[in-house]
Design a protein around this ligand. Sequence first.
Ligand code: ZN
Length: 251
Amino acid sequence: MRYAVLSDIHGNLEALNSVMEHLALERIDRYFCLGDVVGYGANPSECLNRLIEIKALIVAGNHDYACLGKLQISWFNNSAREAVIWTRGQLGFSELDNLRKLPLTATEGAFTLVHGSLKRPQRFEYIHDAAQAIDSIRVCKTQVCLVGHTHVPVLFEYDKQKRLITRVMTRSEELKEVSVLLKGSAFGYVINPGSVGQPRDGDPRASYAVFDTEHNLLRICRAEYDISTAQEKIRETGLPSFLADRLAIGR
Ligand code: ZN
């Protein structure tokens, strides 16, 4: 099976369209989305509808929850809070209904999907370091735990028998093609594909992953997209211009 893994699209339709164009050449069997479909970007409804159209398996992110009123916006910083309020006003009845249906976690094949940490999914905690990754691997019932939330691509590999982290990969060069041991292996993984709509690792290109379970191969790919159109649309909404500016620097 060939899986596409998308996360943190954040209403950025230009980025999502570009990623989908790249994926059209990849013979993808199944799409996963790790949450934060909406928030920050100017096209929340269009992004959500596109994912529904391709029958993606989607879990909820903190921005999706906040738009539904399931998470207090006092947890958010000023610009994120403004974005939540604006986004809420953009979503129609059917989109809100679709967001409401999203689970906090989902499992399919070798994969468990969650937005933040799997230890306490409802708290949307970040996985920045190896200790936090181990916490999620320990409670993960499948071999791979797919996470988003930080907007930074990373792979943690953990040897469950020896109880030690065997690989941490953050550089795009090494993440371009990683062999990953599935079936029958003693390794557990936490993998973050990075963010489609608001990358924060210093590379402004949209980030996503392709997982080929037949060849035990993971690729974290980058796609250029029309950043200036995405920025222009955010500025037109009247949201803080910082949300548009940051797209150009990937921070
Ligand atoms: Zn996010």
